[in-house]
Structure formats: C-alpha cells, structure tokens
Design a protein around this ligand. Structure first.
Ligand SMILES: NC(=O)c1ccc[n+]([C@@H]2O[C@H](COP(=O)([O-])OP(=O)(O)OC[C@H]3O[C@@H](n4cnc5c(N)ncnc54)[C@H](OP(=O)(O)O)[C@@H]3O)[C@@H](O)[C@H]2O)c1
Length: 326
C-alpha cells in the first residue's frame, strides 16, 4: 500500500510517499481501507516535532480517518467486511490501510460522505465537549468563537447555534466570516480590520460574551477575555497564533472562569461520557442538525499541500485527503 511518511522532521514538503507492507488485523483489531483522512492543525505541528504527542519516526501524519472495513481480527464482534466506519487514530491516517482497535471504530452515520465522516471526531468531539461539558452553554447566552472558520471553530459555531446561543463568529477574513454565517453565526467580527475587544462589547450591548471559544490564542486571547461577561467562561482550546499570557486580575474583576479543554485526555479518562457525546453527535448528524463542511479535498500524493493549507491559515471547515473511492 502507499503511505505518506514523515521520515525526518520538517515542513510539509519534506513528507514522502512510499510503498510499505499492508497491515494485518491483530486480535481485537480491524483493518480499514482508508478512503478519507482529515487534516488537523496538530498535523502541522507533529511533522515539525512541535506537538506534545510525538510518534516515533517514520510515521504517517493524519489523526482521523474514514473508510471501509477490509479485514476483521480475532475476538471482534459487531463489524463486518464492507462496513463503512470512521475513527480517531492520533496519527498514521495518511496511508491506504490502517489496523485499528475495533472498539475505536464508529459506523458512518446515515447521509454522511466518507470525507465528511473523517473530519467529525476532532472538530465536533472537541467542540461538543467544550460547549456542553466545560462551558454549560445556555440557549439565551452569547458565544464568541475565535478562528471561527477553522476545523474546531466552525464546529463550535454550528453546535453553539444548535444549542440556541447567539453565535458571534470572529475570524481574519470576510471570506471566512461568510462561511461562518452559512453555518449558524448571526454576527461577525473581522479581527484583522476591527477592534476585537470593542466590537465584542458593541455586539453584546456592553455586557461582553457569556462564553468565548478560543482555538487561536496569541494576540487575540487577551482582548477577548477583556470582553468576557460577568460570570462568563473563557474556553482555552488551542494556540495556532501562539501561547498567550493572561493577566489574572481579569478573571477576578469579571468573576469569570478561564476553562481548559483537553478533549483527547478527557475522552481517555471518561470513555463512557465520551461515548454518549459521540452518540449524540451521530444523532445530530442523522437528524440534519449539523452538517460537517469539507471545503477542500486532495489526493494522497498531494497530502503535503493539504497540510500546507492549514499551516498557511487558508483552511475553511475541514481539509480532507481522499483515496480511491473516497
Ligand atoms: N483542546 C483540545 O482538546 C483541542 C482539540 C482539537 C484541536 N485543538 C486545537 O485547536 C486549534 C485549531 O485546530 P484546527 O484543526 O481546527 O485548525 P484549523 O482548521 O487550521 O483552524 C485554526 C484557525 O486558527 C486561526 N489562526 C490564527 N493564527 C494562525 C496561524 N498563524 N496559522 C494558522 N491558523 C491560524 C485561523 O483562523 P483565522 O485566520 O480566522 O484567525 C484558523 O482558521 C489547534 O491549536 C489545535 O491543536 C485543541
């Protein structure tokens, strides 16, 4: 099979495409013929050795996949050859076949394409956990999403709107904000051309946002925290623009909470609650309440270009690498 390999840390162009042996389904495993592998920002970091999770070299980037079961190992119940599944793999997804724990595979919901399914877990799993479990977002509240057109950001926009909140999307271009308006945002802030702190206040009648969802960090976090409401919740999701330092007087003055969100670690610690969350997401998808948005697809031989799109801050919704039949 063909695999995209990171053999030495570096930028996306240093990735290579090689033939390697097919995997075999061990006990409790299934082999999935990968039809789609979604790209996430951690892929940008992992291939440069800048991410907390460090698979040994050589490895394939690509943290989540969707495809068709092609082999079933001993002791596996509930999956048959030919079934469509999606799964989080951490890394190793950018190859034509993967062997995964059967317990980590989820049947593809009705009405979802394989490229859409590949991008569900990281974006929606994170945002659902963040908004529901960590922020307890209420229907009459205002949610500001930074980096709102990105993978986790757009999922937060959609889920926030579905929960009944007023969603204010904040992003760096009007084109990205137009995508957010199509996916549930009712108001927008272009934080490259507008003052983020002031605009958040203007759009909330001076109260500030009840919940801020921040996958961006950098210079955007502090102005957003300064316009967080009394008893608001500021969700720390990620740092694509850098890891900021925040003045601790701000949470005191606003009686607000700065809330860390670490979806992967929570899912490992709370597998039952995560399973219920994922069942809920499948229900939302099947009921048409959320519609995962794939903006761009690339063939396997152009996987580096897919990762480069996220590195260049160009991605909208999900960028997905598709293989034959995907
Ligand atoms: N805490 C958790 O459990 C968890 C789970 C999943 C992901 N994450 C984190 O969430 C973040 C977003 O991941 P993602 O896969 O959604 O990424 P993505 O699709 O690339 O979106 C990231 C967004 O960050 C913004 N951004 C600001 N400065 C940037 C820069 N210098 N380079 C690239 N993007 C920049 C961009 O929006 P604008 O151009 O509009 O600013 C972009 O849309 C990452 O830090 C990731 O590690 C955290």
């Amino acid at each position: 099979m063909r695999a995209v390999l990171c053999k030495a840390y570096g930028p996306p162009e240093s990735l290579v495409l090689e033939e390697i042996d097919d995997p075999v389904a061990g006990p409790g495993q299934i082999v999935v013929d990968v039809k789609a592998c979604a790209i996430n920002y951690p892929d940008v970091l992992m291939i440069q050795d800048l991410y907390q999770f460090k698979p040994p070299l050589p490895f394939s980037p690509g943290g989540e996949i969707a495809g068709v079961v092609s082999a079933v190992g001993d002791g596996v119940d509930g999956f048959a050859v030919g079934e469509e599944v999606f799964s989080g793999v951490g890394s190793g997804g950018l190859r034509e076949k993967v062997a995964i724990k059967a317990a980590s595979a989820i049947p593809v919901p009705r009405g979802l394409s394989l490229p859409q399914a590949a991008g569900v877990l990281n974006a929606y799993g994170t945002s659902w956990h963040a908004l529901k479990d960590r922020a307890d977002l209420q229907p009459d509240e205002t949610l500001v999403v930074l980096g709102a057109a990105g993978g986790v950001g757009l999922a937060a926009v959609e889920l926030g709107a579905m929960m009944g909140a007023t969603v204010i999307a904040a992003a760096s271009t009007d084109k990205k904000l137009a995508v957010c308006l199509e996916h549930g945002a009712s108001l927008t802030i272009n934080y490259e051309t507008e003052d983020l702190k002031q605009r958040m206040r203007d759009l909330t009648d001076g109260r500030g946002a009840d919940v801020v969802y921040d996958p961006v960090g950098g210079p955007y976090a502090e102005p957003a925290l300064r316009s967080t409401a009394w008893e608001g919740r500021f969700l720390v999701i990620g740092f694509t623009a850098g890891i900021p330092k925040l003045p601790l007087n701000l949470p005191l003055l606003k009686a607000c909470s700065v809330v860390g969100v670490f979806y992967g670690a929570w899912a490992a610690r709370e597998p039952e609650r995560n399973r219920r969350n994922l069942e809920e997401l499948v229900e939302f998808i099947e009921a048409g309440k959320i519609q995962p948005y794939v903006s761009t697809t690339y063939p396997l031989e152009r996987a580096a270009d897919a990762i480069q799109e996220l590195a260049d801050r160009r991605a909208e919704g999900k960028v997905v690498v598709v293989m034959d039949g995907g």
